[in-house]
Design a protein around this ligand. Structure first.
Ligand code: MG
Length: 416
């Protein structure tokens, strides 16, 4: 069996869902998803040229070949956005191999500790769709804008999200998610910062009071048995992060995510004195990146992104390393159903899975991207079946309908 081509498609959703398809001379193909990246589909297609003519039955050596191609043979811990592309290509190879063997990918990763993978609902507050480009700008997607053309706004860290700071709206969203079966939810805390300037990492006493009010209101509304996590998007300095942790501690949050930029030193300073569990990892790459965090005791919980950290096998290795530090595995995920399912196979193969992010609540066609129409999330969990590969195929008609301007749809030319 030989690889004959690597093609891409991009859907303009709340993020750019960047797909990669690996084709073979036997008609079998596998599909993966990459973390959104500037120039992502171009990087995927260029890397894909290195795979043409290779045997897809050797996914790990092929992954190594791609890694070396972007880092040089002398580099052992290089990382960067090319790895976002490699992660999706690698996932496509596992999907292909699962189909070839007639087995779900979780069996190729060592087997399933569980078939129901708990998911957490990422809920900002409010119900507005937040669509963000690979360059971190707000945008109105072409399918939402009156002009029919994608409208680009300011950077997401500069623009206030007024709706997200409504405690009533956040509570309502959490109650709705719990009623739908979710046992884990996450809200943004950094939206309460009075200063949205990138240079300021401080908050006011009023900001802290509003954070505490939100945390307690959510806890009261969902009860003691729902995990409630808070994301801070690297916004604070160490002392501010500790003040934030103390402010929300009475609500017994599941974790405080990225309270400071994710260097081992900064996170370790917070983690050592935080009254609540800390979490980081969505910016991390490879086992080496997470080894540095875990050795420094910089986080209680690891949150790698399977579409970015190096792929499915590398995410498994990261999770296994975390298990040796008794650190739960709670992957970041902003993907479409395909990427969520790939991440779920990794979670199923790990003993220390806690919960997996679902970030598509406000994308009206999220579930429609799956051919066949079976819901991917039911009762707050992804169910891993015996279907071969990652267990789902994209609905190409829906991919075409929401296809990003200028992007091919696998082997077909751009729609718009
Ligand atoms: Mg986050």
């Amino acid at each position: 069996m030989r690889i004959t081509g690597v093609t891409t498609a991009v859907v303009e959703a709340n993020f750019d869902y960047t797909y990669v398809r690996v084709l073979t001379d036997e008609g079998l193909f596998g599909t993966g998803e990459c973390f959104p990246t500037p120039g992502g589909s171009t990087i995927v297609r260029q890397l894909g040229q290195l795979l043409v003519g290779q045997d897809p039955r050797d996914p790990v050596p092929l992954w190594r070949r791609l890694m070396t191609s972007v880092s040089g043979t002398g580099s052992s811990t290089a990382a960067g956005i090319a790895y976002n592309a490699i992660s999706g290509i690698e996932a496509a190879l596992w999907d292909l191999n699962g189909k070839r063997m007639g087995e779900p990918v979780v069996r190729l990763l060592g087997g399933a500790h569980r078939r129901e993978v708990a998911v957490y609902a990422d809920l900002h507050g409010g119900t507005e769709l937040h669509s963000i480009t690979p360059l971190m700008q707000y945008r109105r997607p072409f399918w939402l804008s009156d002009s029919g053309v994608t409208e680009i706004g300011g950077f997401y860290w500069e623009e206030a999200e007024a709706e997200a700071t409504s405690i009533e709206a956040s509570v309502a969203r959490c109650v709705e998610a719990v009623a739908a079966g979710y046992r884990f939810v996450k809200l943004d805390l950094d939206v309460f910062s009075t200063s949205r300037e990138g240079t300021s990492r401080a908050v006011t006493a009023g900001d802290l009071a509003r954070m505490r009010e939100l945390a307690l209101a959510v806890r009261e509304s969902v009860g003691p048995d729902v995990g409630v996590a808070f994301d801070c998007h690297w916004r604070f300095d160490v002392m501010t992060a500790l003040a934030v942790a103390e402010a929300v501690a009475p609500a017994r949050p599941l974790w405080l995510e990225d309270p400071v930029p994710p260097t081992p030193e900064a996170m370790a300073a917070v983690t050592a004195r935080s009254p609540v569990p800390t979490a980081t990892g969505e910016n991390g790459y490879l086992v080496e990146g997470f080894e540095a965090l875990l050795q420094a005791r910089a986080t209680h919980i690891v949150t790698p992104d399977v579409q970015k950290a190096g792929g499915m096998m590398e995410s498994l290795r990261i999770g296994e390393l975390a298990a040796r530090y008794f650190a739960p595995f709670a992957p970041h995920c902003i993907a479409s159903p395909l990427g969520l399912m790939a991440a779920a196979h990794v979670c199923a193969a790990l003993p220390n899975h806690l919960c997996l992010e679902f970030h598509g609540t406000d994308v009206p066609f999220w579930g429609d991207l799956v051919a066949g129409g079976e819901p991917v999330i039911r009762g707050g969990s992804v169910h891993i079946t015996d279907a071969p590969g990652v267990g789902l195929e994209l609905d190409l008609e829906v991919v075409r309908r929401y296809s990003a301007p200028g992007e091919p749809v696998f082997d077909a030319p751009p729609v718009r």
